[in-house]
Design a binder for this molecule. Structure first.
Ligand code: LLP
Length: 433
C-alpha cells in the first residue's frame, strides 16, 4: 500500500484518529466504528428521553450493527436491546447481555427461535400475528414460564422514505392491521392466559424518517386501541413501543434533526392523548438503530482503477462495494466521501465511485466532488455505521472487511477481516459420481 505519511495535516481525521494511519495498520476496506460517538448518542437519548421520563425505555435496534462488543456498550449504557432473530439473540446471550432487557421482534419467528427466547427468559416478545400468540403461549406453558407480550400493530400511516423501508402502511408484512375486528378477541386471549402477560403495543413506521408529524399520527391511531382495551378489559396499557426510524445525516448536513425533534413530539402527543381520553401514561419505548450507530461509522477504501469516458464521466473504483455496502444499490441511498490523504486539497474534480463487484449497479456514490485522485489514494465513505456491516455479503467472494473500534486514543480490532480460506470453511468437496 502507498505510504501516506507525507502531509499528515492534510489527512481526514475521524473521532480523533488519522484515517490513513488506521488504513495502514488494519488494511482496507475497513469498517471503523467510534465507540465515543456511539456512547455520545446514547447519552443524548438519556438526557432527552430517559431522564425527563424515568418510566421510559430506550432499546438499541441491533439489526443496524451488532457484535458482542456492541452488546456490552448497550448494556453499559443501560439500554435495552431489540433483536429480530435467533442469531441476534444468540450474539446478545454470548455477550451476557441481560436477557430481561431484550425485546424479541420478527414477522416469522421460527418455533425454535420462540423456544430459544422463552427458555432464555427474554424480557418481551413482540407478537406479530394471532397464531404466533398461540405458539408463544404453548411454549411458555411447556417451559413453565410467563412471557411478557407486546402486540405489533400497523398504524396505517405512510412515512416519507424508501418504499423498501416503510412499515407503517396498511399493506405491510409486519404486525396486525389496526382496524381489525378480531383485535379485542386477540388481546383478550393474551390477557386471560396464565402463561402470557399483556404489556402493550408496538408499531414501527419506517426507517430513516426526517419528519415527526407521522409519529403523532401513528400514536393517535394506537391511542384509540389503548382506550378501547381500557373500556373492555379495564387494562391500563403499560408499554407503548413506538419503534425506531430517526433519520441521520448521509450526504447533506441539512438533514440533521436533534433527537428532541422526534421524542418531544412523541411524548407530547402521548401526553395529550392520554389526557384527552383519561388514560394512564404508559412507559414509552423507542428503538433507534441507525440514529445511534449510523454516523459513528465510516468505511475506508483504497482507490484502484481510474477511468474517464470522455464527455460522459470519470469513474474511480475502490476495493469494496456492494458486498460491504448494499444500500446505494438497494435503496438508492446517498453517501458523502472524502479522500483521506488529500483532505486539505481543493475539490476540483467530479467522479463516480464504483465498487469492484461484477455488477453495473455497484456504484457507491454518483458525482462526488473531490480533489484529483490517483491509484493508492484512500477514500473514506461517511455514515456507514448502520446497515453496512450488518448487511454485508461475500458477493464475488469478497472477504468481509475487518471492524475496528475507536475509543479515545486507542483503536482495537473487534472483528477480523475474512479470508479466502474462511469463506471456504462452510464448504466441502465431494467426489463427482
Ligand atoms: N424497530 C423495528 C421493529 C424495526 O423494524 C427497525 C428497523 C428498527 C426498530 C430500527 O430502525 P432504525 O432506527 O435503524 O431506522 N436496511 C435498511 C433499514 C431496515 C430497517 C428495518 N427495521 C436500511 O439500510 O436503510
Amino acid at each position: 500500500m502507498k505510504d501516506h505519511r507525507k502531509n499528515p495535516n492534510g489527512h481526514y481525521h475521524f473521532s480523533g484518529h488519522d484515517t490513513t494511519v488506521l488504513a495502514k495498520k488494519y488494511g482496507t476496506p475497513l469498517y471503523v466504528m467510534s465507540e465515543d460517538l456511539i456512547r455520545e448518542r446514547m447519552d443524548i437519548i438519556h438526557e432527552a428521553f430517559l431522564k425527563p421520563y424515568p418510566k421510559n425505555k430506550a432499546a438499541y435496534a441491533s439489526k443496524a450493527y451488532l457484535s458482542m462488543h456492541m452488546c456490552r456498550i448497550v448494556e453499559n449504557k443501560g439500554f435495552h436491546l431489540d433483536v429480530v432473530s435467533g442469531g441476534e439473540l444468540y450474539t446478545a446471550m454470548q455477550a451476557d447481555f441481560p436477557v430481561e432487557k431484550i425485546i424479541f421482534h420478527g414477522n416469522n419467528k421460527s418455533i425454535d427461535e420462540i423456544v430459544m427466547a422463552v427458555s432464555a427468559g427474554v424480557g418481551t416478545i413482540v407478537a406479530d400475528y394471532e397464531e404466533e400468540i398461540d405458539i408463544i403461549e404453548e411454549k411458555a406453558k411447556e417451559l413453565d414460564k410467563v412471557v411478557n407480550v407486546i402486540l405489533r400493530v400497523v398504524p396505517e400511516v405512510e412515512g416519507k422514505t424508501h418504499k423498501h423501508i416503510m412499515t407503517g402502511q396498511k399493506d405491510s408484512k409486519f404486525g396486525l392491521p389496526i382496524e381489525n375486528k378480531a383485535m379485542l378477541r386477540i388481546i383478550g386471549k393474551i390477557h386471560s392466559s396464565s402463561a402470557l402477560a399483556f404489556k402493550g403495543f408496538h408499531f414501527h413506521i419506517g426507517s430513516n424518517l426526517y419528519e415527526n408529524e407521522i409519529y403523532r399520527r401513528a400514536i393517535e391511531r394506537v391511542m384509540h386501541l389503548i382506550k378501547l382495551i381500557k373500556e373492555h378489559f379495564s387494562i391500563d396499557t403499560e408499554e407503548l413501543n413506538v419503534g425506531g426510524g430517526f433519520g441521520i445525516v448521509y450526504d447533506d448536513e441539512n438533514q440533521r434533526k436533534p433527537i428532541s425533534f422526534y421524542v418531544d413530539a412523541i411524548m407530547d402527543e402521548i401526553q395529550q392523548q392520554c389526557r384527552a381520553h383519561a388514560l394512564k401514561i404508559p412507559s414509552v419505548i423507542i428503538e433507534p438503530g441507525r440514529w445511534i450507530v449510523g454516523e459513528a461509522g465510516i468505511t475506508i477504501y483504497e482507490i484502484g482503477a481510474i477511468k474517464e469516458i470522455p464527455g460522459v464521466r470519470k469513474y474511480i473504483s475502490v476495493n469494496g462495494g456492494i458486498a460491504d455496502n448494499i444500500r446505494p444499490a438497494l435503496y438508492n441511498a446517498k453517501y458523502d466521501a472524502v479522500i483521506a490523504n488529500k483532505n486539505d486539497q481543493e475539490k476540483i474534480a467530479t467522479f463516480s465511485v464504483a465498487g469492484k463487484c461484477c455488477e453495473s449497479g455497484d456504484i457507491l456514490i454518483h458525482d462526488l466532488k473531490a480533489p484529483e485522485v490517483e491509484r493508492g489514494d484512500l477514500l473514506v465513505v461517511k455514515s456507514t455505521g448502520a446497515y453496512n456491516e450488518s448487511m454485508a455479503s461475500n458477493y464475488n467472494r469478497l472477504p468481509r472487511p475487518a471492524v475496528v473500534f475507536l475509543k479515545g486514543n486507542a483503536s482495537k480490532l473487534m472483528a477480523k477481516r475474512e479470508t479466502y480460506e474462511s469463506i471456504l470453511q462452510r464448504e466441502r468437496l465431494a467426489e463427482l459420481s
